[in-house]
Write a protein that binds this ligand. Structure first.
Ligand SMILES: NC(=O)c1ccc[n+]([C@@H]2O[C@H](COP(=O)([O-])OP(=O)(O)OC[C@H]3O[C@@H](n4cnc5c(N)ncnc54)[C@H](O)[C@@H]3O)[C@@H](O)[C@H]2O)c1
Length: 417
């Protein structure tokens, strides 16, 4: 290993690999050493080399990649998680000297898969990083630091509300609930549930200090189940929501208890793939006794205007904003999204941790806890009742629970017109 930089090998070369490679331009303790992917590796490698991110050598197997890097990053689709992790662990057993493994959210499509990933990493003593970027957002960290005095004098936050919303994902597999794990709750609920829990946690306590007590959730197929949108989805992606519907909207509340003071606090989450505004929006706010914070990523200090006459010349709206839905009018420009959403800081953290032979700030164990909360939310929507997480029978049930939507049988939960 070079003395100061962690040599990372990416598995997958799609959307998130490209985004993470942009983040890596801002990370000094990491280089892109290799890439293995079914598709797109050569293109990403060429672009990474131009940007001096490292050798970005293309490998033809996970084994070969693992033998030539310090850490691997799982950036391929959700349905490949377990098989990919098994190959990584086999490579380590075969002699690859990996310092750690990074896994993008969600850790698994269900608890059994997430637990399998945790167990596999443990089997070969791999240090781990679960990439939940929103906990690394500079704005989240800044508000926590800024309001530490208020937490000390008045008590910690009692309510958070957190949402991630956009108009729908880019690749067909995301829309297929059997491949992705569900709809927007599996895809983005994991972010909002995690960031809500984190912001509620008293500043001097570990991230899983607050005990999850119960989860409620409602979901709907509000836009993409309507005939026009359903046909469009079928035409564009091959996914038929009359047969395998998935939720494009969800909202719910996770209730936590402080195990020392017994105080009850609540985190509301809302996610949608039917957000009809400029593009992706992250919104978070929190209420403490006598203080509060609020974040809205669409409030950019940079706005541009493109009138109708000039709109034809617009080449790529997504260069200004992820999941942009408009190319004219008044548009916010988020000029450093990789940093804004926390990708830069999660990479810096993982590199520092692995070089010190430690788990990152968020380990795969943490990812498993988040998967459990997401599954409890599916269970709440399916059973139309609040799920009591303090009941040992419920905990047992969650271990093997696979939501009906994920099984491709979501018609009862999400009737389609
Ligand atoms: N943190 C975030 O905000 C965020 C954003 C987007 C995606 N993600 C996560 O990143 C992961 C990848 O999503 P994406 O948007 O990049 O998907 P994508 O479809 O754009 O890219 C997937 C890449 O993986 C490759 N691939 C597919 N199967 C493979 C396999 N078995 N072995 C190796 N490579 C394989 C594909 O060829 C492609 O290059 C998902 O788990 C997703 O949830 C996270």
């Amino acid at each position: 290993m070079s003395s100061k930089k962690l040599r990372v090998g990416m598995i997958g070369a799609g959307f998130i690999s490209r985004f993470q490679s942009v983040a890596m331009e801002q990370v000094r303790n990491m280089e892109l050493a290799g890439i293995y992917s079914l598709e797109g590796a050569e293109k990403l490698a060429a672009s990474a080399k131009k940007r001096h991110l490292g050798p970005a050598k293309v490998f033809s197997s996970i084994k070969e990649l693992a033998e030539n890097v310090d850490a691997v990053a799982i950036y391929c689709p959700n349905y490949t998680r377990v098989a990919v992790m098994e190959e990584i662990v086999d490579a380590v057993k075969g002699g690859a000297e990996l310092k750690g493994v990074i896994c993008e959210k969600p850790l698994g499509r269900n608890v059994a898969e997430a637990r399998r990933l945790v167990d596999l990493a443990k089997e070969v003593n791999l240090k781990t990083a679960y990439f939940e970027n929103q906990l690394h957002m500079k704005m989240i960290k800044a508000q926590l630091k800024q309001l530490e005095t208020q937490q000390k004098s008045m008590g910690s936050l009692t309510l958070t509300r957190s949402s991630e919303e956009h108009g729908g994902p880019h690749e067909p597999w995301f829309w297929d609930p059997t491949k992705q794990g569900g709809g927007v709750l599996c895809d983005m609920g994991c972010h909002s549930i995690a960031v809500g829990w984190y912001c509620l946690t008293p500043y001097d306590r570990p991230i899983t200090f607050l005990q999850p007590k119960s989860v409620s959730c409602e979901m709907g197929l509000l836009k993409w189940g309507l005939p026009y949108w359903r046909y469009k989805l079928l035409k564009d992606t091959g996914v038929d929501y009359t047969k395998t519907p998935a939720e494009d909207f969800c909202t719910g509340i996770v209730t936590y208890q402080n195990p020392v003071s017994d105080q009850i606090v609540k985190a509301q989450f809302t996610n949608s793939w039917m957000f009809e505004k400029q593009g992706l929006r992250l919104f978070m706010d929190g209420m403490g006794p006598g203080y509060a914070f609020e974040i809205n990523t669409l409030s950019s200090p940079l706005n541009i205007f493109i009138g109708d006459m000039a709109a034809e010349a617009t080449a790529n709206a997504e260069a200004a904003l992820e999941k942009s839905t408009a190319t004219r009018g008044l548009l916010p420009v988020l000029y450093n999204e990789a940093d804004l959403y926390g990708y830069t800081d999660e990479n810096i953290d993982a590199a520092q941790a692995f070089m010190k032979k430690k788990d990152a700030f968020l380990s795969l164990n943490y990812g498993l806890e988040i998967t459990k909360l997401v599954m409890a939310a599916y269970m709440a929507a399916e059973k139309k009742k609040t799920i009591d997480l303090t009941d040992p029978d419920v905990q047992d049930e969650l271990e093997t629970y696979i939501p009906a939507i994920q099984q491709g049988g979501g018609g009862d939960v999400l009737p389609v017109l």
